[in-house]
Design a protein around this ligand. Sequence first.
Ligand SMILES: Cc1cc2nc3c(=O)[nH]c(=O)nc-3n(C[C@H](O)[C@H](O)[C@H](O)COP(=O)(O)OP(=O)(O)OC[C@H]3O[C@@H](n4cnc5c(N)ncnc54)[C@H](O)[C@@H]3O)c2cc1C
Length: 281
Amino acid sequence: MISGLSVPDYARPQTLNEALRLLAGAGWRILAGGTDLYPTAGARLAGPVLDLTAVPDLSGLHLGQGLRIGAATPWAALLRADLPPALRALQQAARQVGGRQVQASGTIGGNLCNASPAADGVPPLLALGAEVELASAAASRRLPLDRFLLGPRQTALRPDELLVAVHIPDRALRGRSSFLKLGARSHLVISIAMVAVRLVVEDGRIAEAAVGVGACGPVARRLPRVEAALVGALASDAADRVQDADVGASLGPIDDVRATAAYRRRAAAELVRRAVREALA
Ligand SMILES: Cc1cc2nc3c(=O)[nH]c(=O)nc-3n(C[C@H](O)[C@H](O)[C@H](O)COP(=O)(O)OP(=O)(O)OC[C@H]3O[C@@H](n4cnc5c(N)ncnc54)[C@H](O)[C@@H]3O)c2cc1C
């Protein structure tokens, strides 16, 4: 117990209802894998901790009409899952989140709720048109991912809500996808830019295109001008339709310690072209 408070300083609920009921009370710090929470807070981790790792409803994948991914599903479980080719980009991103220890405990929900501009899970989920399911003891709601992520470390999550699951709509399970990440070295690195592309090809032409780019601005985003340029292109020369100007226009990249805006603009455009080729290969 925390002195002076009538709440325990740690709880590990066994059901979603129990977790939501607890969350309606005193200011809990939510813990999933802890791979963002502990490095950020360290010894200063204050407040009672609500550990989500024992709630079955928050974990695992269910493929039916679309795909439901429990928020506390670790990256390693996503990597091992047998999923359609449209999900390949997400699995490639999972393989690049830290090393194996981080993938074993770090979760997809923690990646989204931490809301880092460089969160590798976000571009593939944007390209999949993902929605997030949020719940409190009183109600639940769904939001498109781009309305959940509001800025660096800012989300639409209310203090009494949990991120329960990520939903990929059935229509986004079509096609093939690819994820590419650029960092200062090949592994265990914060992205300078990362790109996810999902393409549906019909009769040799691109029928649907979704492109998500991250680590170039405050939040990752889709590139509608690039997507429009890809639709209708012959698959054989689709990558040549990706223009630096279209990428830059949608992206508005930033300067920071990792790269300049000019470098990011060119790098992101080249990553999109490569991801298009890889998705179609
Ligand atoms: C060495 C190392 C390397 C890393 N490399 C990468 C990398 O390459 N790419 C990358 O994207 N990330 C990387 N990360 C960051 C981290 O591993 C991921 O973002 C991971 O997915 C976070 O998940 P978690 O379960 O550990 O989150 P936690 O640390 O448990 O939680 C993160 C935040 O989300 C909140 N939260 C968690 N789950 C929920 C929920 N269901 N509902 C509401 N709030 C919730 C927590 O309160 C906290 O504020 C790295 C971290 C480390 C330590």
